[in-house]
Design a binder for this molecule. Structure first.
Ligand code: ZN
Length: 644
């Protein structure tokens, strides 16, 4: 594959990348067929996510794509170039975000074309004009935010997400779910996770469950169809049982079956091909209960897995030596299986913007009693690193040549190691005190959890144990990670925020929180030197690690005790506010580099190879598909359903 290009197109604030799946060729034909079926299952739930993000997303996508297809077919002599260009950009952004709100800032996109323009084109192709949809697209005051995190507001009323019917208020939803809490049950299900909360005709609160025959039943049936094909070519009995239990869950919507499935999935570690498929992360729900749909398929990367194996083999050592209060430590660190994988397909909430490290399941007791699976997606991090080569970013923001050389030398490898530590040890470490409600930190829970995992990683990446395990070449390498992490948290991540806004996304809040807290408590070892250009200067790296350790101990205490007030203070004081002048400077310097702050991936395409009888005997991989072709194809292969 000599002509493989990592970079594809750019639009708005997005750079599309491609990733390679070198391990695919090394699989057996049967394993390749398994990848194919699981990939189809991972793509089949796409429209669930679109509808979860906002109830208008699917009908809006339908009309935008109808106009786009006619335009590409040459229906119109393109006269008004400006509006067409704006229209294309808007649709590309909507595709990327799986809806009309920005995937990261959660703000609704403002179209750069007029309502007359769109209505005119729709009329020409015989589409009726839906006033309500037009309002949603063009009126900036209608559903301006997908997910609000504004302290003190009704988070449901101010959020456009579709996990709750539009008339549901935050306090009634919270009351409804508080009543479900089983604090005395050591094995509580993740209640609320797979349903939309609504009022029935009598005004009673009811959950409309996402399952076969229920809400999203059509998509779920299609997922089940592909999973049934996959189970026939599973690598072993255990994997087949995992798939069967997942199908059972999709059919019944029963959350205890879901826990059963995750337990079987955690235990199954022998296979080369693994997958996630289902309602998974709760970041999209302001109340942190309802899970967005995602799916992906991965292959083991044997060479790189050695690295994470070292970590998981020593998990108990790390737990024992961490600076947190012994009461909050796990006595027996069980079953964290960590591996480096190659993504073979990304779907749902992992497409096109994807996480690079994933640790599942999310149920606290399942993790404590059965462990978790943690992956670093090596082919994605590599694609990022390739795309970043020579783009001028570091030259602009790093303080001096020595630090620049430090980063050039170690940063890619240390970034991977940070992700490994974060996913395979950080999230898996520690425990809640008995009786502490796992949701006690409410809206601050995600930020605190991410901070905990990052701090664990930052603390240990500077530990001599890393060199002893041959995970770093020397005791200088960690400095590159300290510098790039803190620079991001204090300065450069600000380029992802619109002028005038605060920090809202959980991972960004967590990075700001850590970097600012550590700086404030570092006695000058780390400072931002302001001038025409502001730079982070770290004069004493060794002094930072104990500070990181102190914050780790405090964040673990907050989590273990469920100390909501302390979580709120920490996040609101360190993780939210933006210094307007510094923000403006970062945006200006960043703009001059002409880079895209967000990246996402175009999937490879899999083709089934059939014999004379039409049976699939092998699968081939192809990389060349264009962004718009892929998006249109996904829409066509999995036709949507209208919600409500
Ligand atoms: Zn994390």
């Amino acid at each position: 594959m000599t002509d493989f290009q990592y970079n594809d197109i750019r639009f708005a604030d997005i750079q599309m990348l491609r990733y390679q799946v070198p391990g695919f060729e090394a699989l057996t034909p049967r394993q390749r067929i398994l990848v194919y079926y699981l990939s189809e299952a991972a793509l089949a739930g796409r429209d669930i996510l679109w509808d979860q993000n906002c109830r208008y997303n699917l009908p809006i996508r339908r009309i935008l794509e109808a106009v786009y297809v006619e335009m590409k077919n040459g229906k119109w002599k393109v006269k008004n170039e400006g509006e067409w260009e704006a229209f294309e950009t808007y649709l590309k952004r909507v595709w990327f975000a799986n809806g009309i709100h920005h995937h990261y800032s959660m703000d609704k996109f403002q179209p750069g074309f007029s309502r007359e323009f769109l209505e005119g084109k729709l009329r020409e192709i015989g589409y009726p004009i839906d006033e309500e949809l037009m309002e949603v697209i063009f009126n900036p005051d209608v559903l301006p935010k997908r997910e609000s995190q504004e302290d003190g507001e009704d988070l449901l009323q101010t959020s456009a997400m579709n996990y709750y019917a539009p008339d549901i208020r935050q306090n009634e939803a919270e009351q409804f779910y508080n009543a479900m809490k089983q604090t005395d049950n050591p094995h509580p299900v993740m209640y609320g996770m797979n349903s939309r909360l609504e009022h029935d005709e009598k005004g009673q609160l009811v959950e409309r469950v996402w399952k076969s025959g229920g809400m999203y039943g059509k998509q779920i049936d299609r997922i089940i169809y592909w999973l049934r094909q996959a189970r026939e070519v599973a690598e072993n009995d255990a994997q087949q049982a995992v798939i069967d239990t997942l199908i059972d869950f999709y059919q019944t919507g029963d959350l205890s079956t879901f826990d059963q499935y995750t337990i079987q999935w955690v235990m199954e570690t022998a296979s080369e091909v693994d997958f996630t498929n289902g309602f998974t992360e709760v970041y999209g729900d302001p109340l942190g209960l309802k899970a967005s749909w995602e799916g992906y398929v991965n292959l083991k990367d044997h060479k790189a897995t050695w690295r994470t194996q070292q970590l998981s083999d020593n998990a108990q050592w790390f737990e024992d030596h961490s600076p947190v209060d012994p009461r909050f430590k796990k006595e027996i660190c069980c079953g964290i299986t960590a591996k480096v994988v190659e993504a073979a397909i990304l779907g749902g909430d992992l497409y096109p913007a994807s996480a690079i490290g994933i640790n599942l399941p999310n149920s606290n007791w399942v993790r404590q009693e059965h462990g978790s699976k943690s992956v670093t997606i090596g082919n994605l991090t590599h694609a990022y690193a390739e795309a970043a080569k020579g783009n001028g970013f570091r030259q602009e923001f790093v303080a001096d040549v020595e630090t620049l050389q430090l980063l050039d030398k170690y940063d890619e490898a240390l970034d991977d190691l940070h992700t490994d530590l974060h996913e395979c040890l950080g999230h898996g470490s520690g425990k809640l005190l008995p009786g502490v409600d796992p949701d006690a930190l409410k809206a601050y829970g995600s930020t605190i959890e991410e901070a905990r995992a990052d701090l664990f990683a930052l603390y240990y990446i500077a530990d001599p144990k890393m060199a002893e395990l041959r995970l770093v070449p020397n005791m200088e390498a960690y400095k590159s990670q300290y510098y790039s992490y803190m620079m991001n948290g204090l300065l450069t991540q600000l380029v992802r925020i619109e002028p005038g806004r605060q920090i809202e996304e959980a991972h960004m809040r967590n990075r700001a929180l850590i970097a600012r807290w550590v700086m404030e408590h570092s006695n000058g070892a780390m400072e931002v030197e302001k001038g025409e250009k502001s730079y982070l200067v770290i004069s004493d790296y060794a002094a930072l690690r104990p500070v990181v350790g102190r914050l780790l101990a405090e964040v673990q205490r907050i989590k273990s005790e469920g100390d909501y007030e302390a979580a709120r203070d920490l996040v609101e004081n360190y993780g939210v506010k933006v210094d307007a002048a510094l923000h403006e400077e970062m945006l200006r310097r960043y703009r001059a580099l002409d880079l895209a702050p967000y990246k996402g991936f175009i999937n490879p395409r899999y083709h089934a190879v059939r014999n004379k009888n039409g049976e699939i005997v092998d699968v081939e991989i192809e990389y060349g598909e264009k962004y718009d072709e892929q998006m249109l194809r996904y829409g066509k292969e999995n036709p949507d359903v209208v919600s409500e």
